[in-house]
Design a protein around this ligand. Sequence first.
Ligand code: NAG
Ligand code: NAG
Length: 480
Amino acid sequence: MNKLKHLFMCLLAIGTVRHNLPCFVSVHLIPVSTPKNGMSSKSRKRIMPDPVTEPPVTDPVYEALLYCNIPSVAERSMEGHAPHHFKLVSVHVFIRHGDRYPLYVIPKTKRPEIDCTLVANRKPYHPKLEAFVSHMSKGSGASFESPLNSLPLYPNHPLCEMGELTQTGVVQHLQNGQLLRDIYLKKHKLLPNDWSADQLYLETTGKSRTLQSGLALLYGFLPDFDWKKIYFRHQPSALFCSGSCYCPVRNQYLEKEQRRQYLLRLKNSQLEKTYGEMAKIVDVPTKQLRAANPIDSMLCHFCHNVSFPCTRNGCVDMEHFKVIKTHQIEDERERREKKLYLGYSVLGAHPILNQTIGRMQRATEGRKEELFALYSAHDVTLSPVLSALGLSEARFPRFAARLIFELWQDREKPSEHSVRILYNGVDVTFHTSFCQDHHKRSPKPMCPLENLVRFVKRDMFVALGGSGTNYYDACHREEF
Ligand SMILES: *[C@@H]1O[C@H](CO)[C@@H](O)[C@H](O)[C@H]1NC(C)=O
Ligand SMILES: *[C@@H]1O[C@H](CO)[C@@H](O)[C@H](O)[C@H]1NC(C)=O
């Protein structure tokens, strides 16, 4: 049997079989010992690798499967968990779009045949899929800031266009939305039944895949919502920094980070050899193949159980895939160590974090607006936010990844507010820079909002090592 097919049969087992996974003999799947400090022992799909239980060598195929995020059985999640005397005040959700068609083609090969129309008799399926399509066809341009109003509201091409959201992507976000509905609306009554337009804040970049992902999540969250109460704002920047995007030092960090990436790649002779082999197969210069970012396309083959492309010179295969994926993992590891990306992230994520604490502070004053905020975004949005928060061990954002900020009020001490941070359903609050040693210092069960506010207003800039303690100074530092 073809290796990729074999792998896929195993893949189906991930959601259902909890223990032995004979397909992944060499793979370390589920930690045996009890995870420490705040990590849920219930979360099966771990988000943060655990240095205690995880072997130093990460399996590229296992990592790729997590990245695909194939919808399976309902997952467990830790959203909405708080002592019973806490009241949920507001929720801020950052998502990466769902599964998409590649952004690049492998030169001189047939692109994968993936159907981006939404149909009931194809897997993965969600019971709300048909209702979603029918509801989207009733939507009008009035619900969207220009230029969003020119985008299709759901994927619809029999052969996907480049970067188009797939049915898998829609199902992933219908699931996310439904999960958040069960927790935040049914259990915690975040919004009243007759919620109003200004209680939602919706923002997306201008790609069809982010808009459609946002709509799918929203539909799962508020089925059959009233279109008149929906308004999606357009965010031109993938960093969601509108109005404060100018930051020269951030760009300098990025250039240095890209240089680091380039040098690491040069050092990896196995990677160079692999690109060389693949270039021979597709008969283009190695440089051209590398520029076509083949891993993006290969991940699509992999996530959709479509064999890798062949030419009369041979086939791109699993070994090529593993080498490139392993390099990506290695690159992420070095990225954490060298901290250039951290500098970029602190400056890149500050504006959106600042905006979020602003929204939270207004909610603590009793304002009933923007209680549910949704930002539909990209890996290049979530990644800097995670890194800036000090969650450098967090995995690279998979398709339909979600990062959530919850704001809570202590009913017994109504002036006290707390935050929780969740990444793909795992509570990572006590892994963040601003609440890491909270348990050592405070008897309070939750992380105080002030910690996050102090961090965003001032402390996050300390990581940069300069003298700047605010965004403007840090962005314009001379000595860098
Ligand atoms: C993957 O494809 C093969 C045939 O190409 C099929 O037999 C197998 O069931 C597929 N696996 C999944 C999970 O769809
Ligand atoms: C942070 O948010 C406040 C409003 O909450 C705003 O006045 C300020 O300009 C923002 N700062 C930055 C750097 O975005």
